[in-house]
Design a protein around this ligand. Structure first.
Ligand SMILES: [Zn+2]
Length: 309
């Protein structure tokens, strides 16, 4: 079975703490390994995960505040040091291209790695990957910020017993799959009669934002949602002012969007006890709830049960 999981590198917003490294996240999804928002220290945190720079296929940056991008210089130089054998795609808000250029060449190094730089310059921009579609949505924050979601298309799983009942075998199976139907003994057999839908999976990554349409668009029916909850409700006014979410808001988004596993992260250093995020979120969200910790691995939940065709 293919591996789909989130590996948390760090969970601190703004300033790291003794327990929390700056932000950073890895998503392992079949043959893609995507690094999101590498903050300072991400390179060293990766050492603890068993995932190496040469495993990376893609880097996604939501915005150019330091806690989401100051790990880029080290990671980019590491790609060259380790002689990554294939191009690594990089996505970031196009308006921050100057920041990216500076971070990319922050200091002298021997550049061998090839970066396929594809900035995001439109809300709803889609990038087609082998595993599905990567979509960027504009978020509400003082500087240009995009969240990302990965959407695997629904598939189709043939039911061997039904194929056998209709006497369909060999190349006819491929024909039925391709054409959607097969004519046999004067009767038309449709694909739906011999298959079930294999629901595609969704991952969403929402960082640094006040509540806005983009948050809901990204979270919709996510199997795994990683979302910032910098603050608690007691600081709701401050959160709104500076373009951040509270744990309660993030949990309500998840509940209203049909999220299955909710991962809260990007915590303000003012809160020492992570249970407070859990308790606040639990009031609104009854699904799987994870309060992220550094170096935690969170599996993408098993595929939703297929609906009968
Ligand atoms: Zn920010």
């Amino acid at each position: 079975m293919s591996m789909r999981e989130l590996v948390v590198l760090g969970t601190a917003s703004q300033a790291p703490t003794r327990q929390r490294n700056h932000n950073g996240y890895l998503l392992r999804w079949d043959d893609e390994v995507i690094l999101f928002d590498p903050g300072e220290g991400s390179q060293r945190q990766m050492l603890h995960t068993g995932i190496t720079a040469t495993d990376l296929t893609r880097i996604c940056v939501t915005h150019f505040h330091g806690d989401h991008c100051l790990g880029l210089p080290g990671m980019i130089q590491r790609l060259s040091l380790d002689r990554v054998p294939r191009p690594v795609a990089v996505h970031f808000p196009a308006g921050g291209a100057e920041y990216f250029a500076r971070l990319r060449h922050a200091s002298s190094f021997y550049e061998t790695a090839e970066l396929a730089v594809e900035p995001i310059d439109a809300d709803g921009q889609r990038i087609t990957l082998g595993i599905g579609t990567l979509e960027a949505r504009r978020l509400r924050h003082p500087i240009e910020t995009y969240g990302y979601r990965l959407v695997e298309p629904d598939g189709c799983r043939m039911l061997p017993e039904r194929l056998a009942a209709y006497g369909i075998a060999g190349p006819d199976v491929g024909r039925l799959l391709r054409d959607g139907h097969l004519d046999r003994d004067g009767r038309r057999i449709t694909r739906d009669e011999v298959s079930v839908t294999r629901p595609g999976q969704r991952f969403a990554f929402v960082m640094d934002t006040g509540l806005c349409d983009g948050v809901y668009a990204l979270a919709e029916h996510a199997d795994l949602l990683v979302i910032e909850s910098t603050f608690l409700e007691s600081e709701a006014a401050l959160a709104a002012e500076v373009g951040h979410l509270t744990a309660g808001q993030a949990a309500r988004v998840a509940a209203e969007s049909g999220v299955r596993t909710l991962v809260l992260t990007h915590f303000s250093q003012r809160y020492a006890d992570p249970r407070r995020f859990h308790d606040e979120a639990r009031e609104h969200f009854t699904g799987d709830l994870v309060i992220a910790e550094d170096l935690l691995t969170v599996p993408v939940p098993p595929r939703r049960v297929p609906s009968p065709g």
